[in-house]
Design a protein around this ligand. Structure first.
Ligand SMILES: Nc1ncnc2c1ncn2[C@@H]1O[C@H](COP(=O)(O)OP(=O)(O)O)[C@@H](O)[C@H]1O
Ligand SMILES: [Mg+2]
Length: 260
């Protein structure tokens, strides 16, 4: 396994309102290796989206540290963090978040143009062909189906060849079959580009396709278990034995999900 691309230490997030202080994340710690795929699972409201935003440097923790590609994110100012994101990070959201006034091609060109890439048109066209939208380059988002819009969003994220892709319930607004196709494409691109994938999902079948699952309950990690050896199969990882009780529980959950 390669070196760590993400290292999270003691990340706590609190928000203050009229009734007092609410702790959304408690002392979160874990590391992710290059190319690893991890599913972040847990009930709605458990803190998954907040954690993803902090890992990407979009939100600030109250305390704790995140190193992304060796850079200590919260020692940087907002502009420097944005520069790290632009270089290293791709995003895919449940709501696609395409620019409605730009065509599919222009949406995918945008991040390349923002970093001054003179091959933007060619690279964006190739990536849209890769996701099966070569015939839709000039379409505006409103003329595309949900699955097509999410494929444009995947093309926009992967065209930068990011070190890390953060995906927050990317199939949450798609029907099952369309969601399956989008997930397959995401796992394929992840392998081709060599990206580390951090995927928030409610779907145990999708989670079990990741190398690893981290479960969050009420802002705490309650299980962190390798489901598969990176690039390998689930049985090999499970046969390797679970290190902790929490890991054993999550292995059982994963095995049950796989059998269902
Ligand atoms: N800025 C905020 N102010 C107050 N509460 C927040 C804020 N952001 C998130 N929360 C609360 O923190 C908890 C975790 O939210 P979130 O990270 O969106 O959970 P998840 O993505 O797992 O559904 C929820 O109870 C939510 O209401
Ligand atoms: Mg969420």
């Amino acid at each position: 396994m390669g070196k760590n691309i993400i290292e999270v230490k003691g990340v706590t997030k609190q928000v203050r309102d009229a009734t007092g202080v609410l702790t959304i994340l408690h002392e979160i710690e874990f590391s992710l290796a290059e190319r690893e795929s991890v599913a972040i699972v847990g009930a709605s409201g458990s803190g998954k989206s907040t954690l993803l935003s902090i890992l990407a440097g979009l939100d600030l923790p109250t305390s704790g540290q995140v190193r992304l590609a060796g850079v200590d994110l919260f020692t940087l100012d907002e502009d420097a963090r944005a520069a790290v994101r632009g270089e290293r990070v791709g995003f895919v959201f449940q709501s696609f978040q395409l620019m409605g006034h730009l065509s599919a091609l222009e949406n995918v060109m945008l991040p390349l143009e923002l970093r001054g890439d003179r091959q933007a048109r060619r690279l964006a066209t190739e990536m849209l062909q890769r996701v099966g939208l070569g015939e839709r380059l000039g379409h505006y988002p409103r003329l595309l189906s949900g699955g097509e819009q999410q494929r444009v969003a995947l093309a926009r994220a992967f065209v930068l060849r990011p070190a890390v892709l953060f995906a927050d319930e990317p199939t949450g607004s798609l029907d099952h079959a369309t969601g399956e196709a989008v997930m397959q494409l995401m796992f394929d691109l992840n392998r081709e580009v060599g990206t580390t994938l951090v995927l928030v999902t409610h779907d145990p079948a999708i989670a079990s396709r990741c190398d690893r699952q981290i479960r969050i309950e009420a802002g705490r990690i309650t299980a962190d278990v390798a489901v598969r050896a990176p690039g390998g199969d689930a049985a090999a990882a499970l046969a390797g034995g679970a290190a902790t009780d929490a890991a054993a529980d999550a292995s059982a959950v994963a095995a049950t999900a796989a059998a269902a």
